[in-house]
Design a protein around this ligand. Structure first.
Ligand code: UT7
Length: 369
């Protein structure tokens, strides 16, 4: 029997610190009016000194695990899509796997720029459909504030930090990831890149002096590429799912720029009321943008059982990706009893207290013999 990969739970996290357009006006030569009219962004969230991509991922993932009511040891694979890993190595996914107590899981990072989450969804969907895995955690997370040049107005106004996670589970019901399309055109790699810090230009005094560890972007070129790539891959994913654009109930695009989203929706002939936009609240959170938008769309009750969602992204690489998902669970977050919420939050503490208690009881019973 065919297996489908259903999204059974989800979670998101954004740092508490908010950076508004007014704040940016004090940092670079820009204006609220320019940022809002060119991008649709009002504010973004910025990680504090103690936060990093792994800590954001862990918070989003824990929310998804709590909602699914699943023990972390049941998770078989942790995929973290990111361009801002904690380290060059080990992989951020390994840090996340360890912190979650996902002791039976493999872990890998996936670098496909802002398309990374949809890449992860497509890969996880395929592994589950092949019958190889039953539970895969897919996370999109980025801390772009760490690689943004805060003196470059062309880029620093656009980005924010955050993470989103979904748990995919095998099911016989025809629901979940119905199709996915992944694409790349490496000839455009230099349009959006961090030039130094890798094996081509390792860190040196010169690379630091020339600010080559910060993101460089040809915004206009990326804009033009984005609209076409999104539309082409979206139409293919819709076709592969055996649907037509009219069947799409909600388009959840990568939240880079409200104008890119409007142009893509217009080209796809998907009306505005079927397009989810939250770029105003978070800016471009890279690989996190689509899962955060999915979570927000669910909590705003924009997603109903049976709906067809079209997730589509583009980003550094250059890459693009689209997936069609048939929503198979109630969008209402199940309310867990209080004791279960406490149990999940303090999982490690509860398990070690339980084993300590077991040891004491064993000693007492031995004494009694
Ligand atoms: O996730 C993938 C990552 N990348 C993206 O999503 C980026 C895609 N591209 C974009 O979103 C848009 O191209 C931008 C928002 C980056 C720029 O918008 P644009 O309408 O393409 O503007 P532009 O690049 O054509 O620049 C227009 C002007 C320039 O001034 P001049 O040369 O016309 O005098 C820029 O210097 O706007 C100027 N400018 C700014 N002015 C005020 C650029 N950034 C700013 C700024 N504040 N922050």
């Amino acid at each position: 029997m065919k297996s489908y990969a259903q999204i059974v739970s989800w979670g998101r996290y954004v740092p508490s610190k908010v950076l508004t357009n007014a704040d940016l006006e004090k940092m670079v030569d820009t204006s609220d009016d320019w940022i809002l009219s060119r991008t649709g962004i009002v504010e973004r969230h910025i990680a504090d000194d103690k936060e990093s991509t792994s800590t954001l991922s862990i918070k989003a993932a824990r929310a998804a695990i709590e909602m699914a009511d699943i023990h972390p040891s049941k998770i078989e694979l942790v995929i973290v899509a990111t361009v801002t890993p904690d380290y060059l190595f080990p992989a951020t996914s390994c840090l996340v796997q360890d912190a979650l107590g996902a002791t039976q899981a493999g872990a890998l990072d996936l670098n496909a720029g802002c398309s990374g989450f949809v890449y992860g969804l497509g890969m996880a969907g395929g592994l589950i459909a092949a019958g190889q895995y039953n539970n895969i955690l897919v996370i999109g997370a980025d801390t772009l504030s760490r690689i943004v040049d805060w003196t470059d107005r062309n880029t620093c106004v656009l980005f924010g930090d955050g993470a989103g996670a979904v748990l995919l589970q095998a099911t016989d019901l025809p629901t979940g990831v119905l199709s996915s399309v992944l694409g790349s055109d490496g000839s455009g790699g230099s349009l959006l890149q961090v030039p130094a810090g890798g094996s081509r230009h390792p860190a040196s005094q010169e690379t630091v002096q020339n600010r080559l560890h910060y993101m460089k972007m040809a915004g206009n070129e990326v804009f033009k590429f984005a609209v076409n790539a999104m539309c082409k891959s979206a139409l293919q994913a819709i076709k592969d799912a055996g649907l037509s654009p009219d069947d799409i109930d909600l388009l959840i695009p990568h939240q880079a720029n409200a104008r890119i989203i409007q142009s893509a929706a217009k080209m796809l002939k998907i009306p505005g009321e079927k397009v989810y936009v939250n770029v105003d609240r978070y800016g471009n959170t890279s690989a996190a943008s689509i899962p955060i938008a999915l979570c927000d769309a669910i909590s705003e009750q924009r997603v109903k059982t049976g709906d067809h969602l079209l997730l589509v992204g583009f980003g550094a690489g250059l890459t693009w990706a689209a997936a069609v998902v048939r929503w198979g669970v109630s969008p209402l977050v199940p309310t867990l009893p209080w004791w279960k919420t406490v149990q999940y939050r303090y999982w490690d503490e509860v398990s070690s207290a339980r084993s300590r208690l077991r040891r004491v009881l064993r000693r007492i019973s031995l004494l009694g013999r």
